[in-house]
Design a protein around this ligand. Structure first.
Ligand code: C2E
Ligand code: CA
Ligand code: CA
Ligand code: CA
Length: 278
């Protein structure tokens, strides 16, 4: 019995140590990932309630020769903690702008692009100025850009973030509250912030068909968003049943494997062409 306990303690220690080492490896490997061209962006289509193509969410991918495919959930927090977010953030914005410009130019159309902005990135002192400068350089109008910001960040630092959000808004940039429903934002705070869009967290969409509480949460989020004159987006839609339910609730847009997985810019150009000009 005691031997088994000892083994399990060892196992626990090893796992913690393994995780620590893996994080150190990620931090190290990430330092050269940009210059070694190991990072790229993929784009997941967003579809409107009447079934037409609306735009995309940009998502980063890392194919590391030593570590394999590392998911963004694993390396973005490490990039933030190790001071690598300024350069990674710039890379994300510049690559997305270049890719999207190229796809739009090849098709002769313009569509909306959402970019995820991490907490640290938004709090960099020159974030808004640099973002707006890059927009102008690439001749992209703010109205075609949405910044996805998570709820927790907006709650933690509302007063210092408000002027920054307003600067972006004054340049037409749209703001989206990502993973909505998982944090603890109050309705009064929601009203105070210049938010254009709510994204219902995937966990509610996952549970909505089988769990009454999750279903009611999803429906309430749509109602709150509508009352505050925001657009409401459901992400992580995997089935027709989920789509039908969220359509019934009044969601404006949908995103998920049911429609399309995130794809590289070449595949995106084909997807948009086939969807808009079949
Ligand atoms: P998120 O912003 O909530 O992104 C949605 C995630 O759900 C993405 O995972 C997407 O690939 C996945 N997804 C979309 N539809 C479905 C579906 O139908 N089923 C399932 N199971 N998953 C679906 P991904 O790309 O692994 O990104 C995870 C998180 O990493 C993102 O969550 C976001 O917080 C962060 N992230 C990704 N790219 C970036 C980036 O460029 N910058 C920043 N700051 N964060 C990023
Ligand atoms: Ca997002
Ligand atoms: Ca999300
Ligand atoms: Ca998420």
């Amino acid at each position: 019995e005691s031997k088994r306990l000892k083994n399990s303690v060892h196992l626990f220690k090893d796992t913690m140590q393994e995780r620590y080492l893996r994080n150190v490896n990620i931090e190290q490997a990430l330092r050269s990932a940009i210059e070694n061209h190991e990072l790229y962006m993929v784009y997941q289509p967003q579809i409107t309630a009447d079934g037409t193509f609306y735009g995309v969410e940009a998502l980063i991918r890392w194919n590391s020769p030593s570590l394999g495919n590392v998911p963004p959930d694993a390396f973005i927090p490490i990039a933030e903690a190790s001071g690598q977010m300024p350069s990674l953030g710039r890379y994300i914005i510049e690559t997305t702008f270049a890719d999207i410009k190229q796809v739009q130019h090849s098709l002769g159309i313009t569509f909306s692009t959402s970019i995820n902005i991490s907490a640290r990135q938004l709090l960099e002192p020159d974030f808004a100025t640099c973002f707006i400068e890059k927009m102008h350089q690439k001749d992209i109008k703010g109205i075609w850009l949405t910044l996805e910001i998570t709820e927790s960040l907006l709650i933690e630092d509302t007063p210092s973030i408000l002027p920054l959000l307003n600067a972006l808004k004054n340049n037409g940039v749209q703001l989206s509250m990502d993973d909505f429903g998982t944090g603890y934002s109050s309705l009064s705070m929601l009203r105070m912030l210049p938010i254009d869009e709510l994204k219902i967290d995937k966990s509610f969409i996952d549970a909505a068909l089988t769990n009454k509480d999750a279903q009611q949460m999803a429906q309430s989020i749509v109602t709150i968003g509508k009352n505050l004159e925001m657009d409401v987006v459901a992400e992580g839609i995997e089935t027709k049943e989920q789509l039908e339910m969220l359509t019934r609730f009044g969601c404006d847009r949908f995103q998920g494997y049911y429609f399309a997985r995130p794809m590289d810019k070449e595949a995106l150009a084909h997807f948009v062409k086939d969807t808009l000009f079949p």
